[in-house]
Design a protein around this ligand. Structure first.
Ligand SMILES: Cc1cc2nc3c(=O)[nH]c(=O)nc-3n(C[C@H](O)[C@H](O)[C@H](O)COP(=O)(O)OP(=O)(O)OC[C@H]3O[C@@H](n4cnc5c(N)ncnc54)[C@H](O)[C@@H]3O)c2cc1C
Length: 271
């Protein structure tokens, strides 16, 4: 299948270790942190590249967000994607997951000839995991969430996905076009290809705004977002015991074992 067309939905998020919370409003101070490609979207990208390596075809990046996303889309191009589309308009701002999935689905519809859409399982900032199923619902296509591995079946037009479930896994056969969200440990994302770097820096990222998409303006951004944040609270801090064990490594190991073994015995884990 050489004309396989995969869309990867790629979000840019603030680095979670740098995000601060405004103590007054309890909202994320996104501008205080540097940005990165959402970590599980790197796994989504790698899943797409593995399929492309095996079957040929092309990978298109799709993102909804502000113009700063463009630099990160170029990283995806340098990793191996063939084209990048950014859905960017002030009207799309302050979108909840319903409005976000609506706009991304409209972008995919405009691209038109896709076989597969791959997303990360969840974002590192919003972390709802609702956008991928939302896109699939808007497009009325099959969806597989929390996948760990993807392959094309011998029967044309069928995707095989391995999916994590409690206590095991499922193997699903899905008719294409379909949407899959992949988990963070699905694969090891590749590095940028330095030979593609110069090309990706010059390659245009196509920007589509409100007027380019077949959307109802009342369904995008804030007007299209029925979600209300009713309140926020800080999670209680856990008291953790910390101790630095003195001595040479062997002595430290003996001390550590002496500390741990009673806990294991109490839990019945050691005979
Ligand atoms: C009332 C409300 C107001 C909000 N206002 C703002 C705001 O002003 N500014 C703001 O930045 N956020 C805002 N958010 C957060 C915003 O709704 C979410 O970040 C966004 O809808 C995506 O949801 P998520 O992060 O939970 O994605 P998830 O569902 O956890 O993401 C799963 C996957 O979907 C794909 N995906 C998700 N979002 C995108 C995207 N934008 N582009 C491409 N792929 C994507 C990725 O593959 C990702 O791995 C608001 C949320 C609410 C509830």
């Amino acid at each position: 299948m050489s004309d396989l067309h995969i869309i990867v939905c790629m979000k840019v998020v603030p680095k979670s270790e740098e995000v601060q919370i405004d103590p007054e409003t309890m909202t994320l101070l996104r501008n205080e942190a540097r940005s990165e490609i959402n970590p599980t979207d790197m796994n989504a990208l790698e899943s797409a590249f593995l399929l492309k390596d095996r079957h040929g075809g092309r990978v298109t990046l799709l993102a909804m967000g502000p113009p700063l996303f463009e630099d990160y889309l170029r990283v995806g191009l340098a990793m191996g994607a063939d084209a990048a589309y950014l859905l960017s308009d002030r009207a799309f701002g302050a979108a909840d997951t319903l409005a976000t999935s609506y706009v991304l689905a409209a972008g995919a519809k405009k691209l038109g000839d896709y076989d597969l859409i791959i997303c990360g399982e969840e974002s590192a900032d919003g972390a709802t995991g609702q956008v991928p199923p939302g896109i699939a619902e808007w497009l009325d296509i099959a969806q597989v969430t929390y996948a760990t591995a993807l392959s094309l079946e011998e029967e044309p037009g069928h995707l095989r996905s391995r999916r994590e479930v409690r206590g095991g896994h499922e193997v699903l056969s899905t008719l294409l076009p379909a949407l899959v969200s992949v988990v963070g440990h699905a694969n090891e994302p590749r590095f940028m290809d330095m030979d593609r770097r110069a090309w990706s820096a010059a390659e245009p990222v196509t920007i589509w705004g409100l007027g380019d998409l077949d959307v109802d303006p009342e369904w995008v951004g804030l007007p299209g977002s029925p979600t209300e944040v009713a309140g926020t609270s800080e999670a209680p801090k856990r008291d953790r015991r910390r101790e630095i064990l003195p001595g040479a490594p062997e002595e430290q190991a003996q001390r550590l074992a002496a500390e741990i073994i009673p806990f294991l015995e109490a839990a019945g884990a050691r005979e």
